[in-house]
Design a protein around this ligand. Sequence first.
Ligand code: NAG
Length: 381
Amino acid sequence: MSPLGAAVLLGVLVALAAAEPTEYFREEFRDGGIQTSQDARFYALSARFEPFSNRGKTLVLQFTVKHEQNIDCGGGYVKLFPAALEQADMHGDSEYNIMFGPDICGPGTKKVHVIFNYKGKNVLINKDIRCKDDEFTHLYTLIVRPDNTYEVKIDNSRVESGGLEDDWDFLPPKKIKDPAAKKPDDWDERAKIDDPEDSKPEDWDKPEHIPDPDAKKPEDWDEEMDGEWEPPVIQNPEYKGEWRPRQIDNPDYKGKWVHPEIENPEYQPDPDLYAYDSFGVLGLDLWQVKSGTIFDNFLLTDDEKLAEEVGNETWGATKEAERKMKEQQDEEQRRQQDEEDKKRKEEEDDDGDEEGDEDEEDEDDGGDKDDEAGAALKDEL
Ligand SMILES: *[C@@H]1O[C@H](CO)[C@@H](O)[C@H](O)[C@H]1NC(C)=O
């Protein structure tokens, strides 16, 4: 966990207990985080802090997530709970105020959740915010302001922003269709009509199929034996299909009827959409199919600039080194793989030279297993 020193906010800095250092920073940065360790598990971990309300203040929630395991399915979000939460009893249905952060499951779900509890209901953002799905550490920041605007940042860059009322369905719509209005019966919505002047030509109707005029009764046709000869039927070239009158502009066309709207009597503006009376617990309440995600650098503050600074000092300070180290690791892995491939190829070539030497044992790993498998096979035979 990176030292944040005096970086405190509504007086609150949340730091969950540091666990194992991350793979990349064990030595270099003495950095660590909380890492999920077993596949297909629910995780629940929370930390309590001095309760506060964000009324009249900006709220910034920030943390880093690193899907070191090349995740295919798992949550990477945090929840902010009211102080009343019983930590020991925290579970998926525990009522929270805000849920924020990345969630990945297959290629279909790669999004940043921003969910607010409003009057007991969880309300999801109407916009799609894509999360990062690589193996690097990323900084996730949610800013909620007392003017009911918000901002979501990833790696200290804005990825979404706007008004709470616009981007969540907290409130019923401002306008609704006027229930008293109704399309007049004589409202003509047909742009084109049949031309009343047009009529079907006398010679229009022709059969679709006719006997082939070129067909001839075969010489050896025997009426007694073969029955009466009939020529084969062909498509009539003069057949014109079903007649349809010409289309003309409808002189009575009034355009598409638009249902008039009225102010929704159910709509009540709420200037306090952003406000919660009590925040008291930060929690990780997650399901992970593939574990290995590292959470770190949790920060709650009322100071946007401070959060950005802290982001720079934590995620910002390590991102380059992290990339380099990953490149080195990948390079090292490639090198090892190449070496193994080469060795295997050499061995195969040797085997080729000593053809007929069937007793030769594979001395590499898996030799025992092969023996077992061989024994089992023999038993079966
Ligand atoms: C954070 O880092 C970025 C990029 O170096 C810089 O532009 C920005 O001013 C920094 N923010 C703060 C608050 O220090």
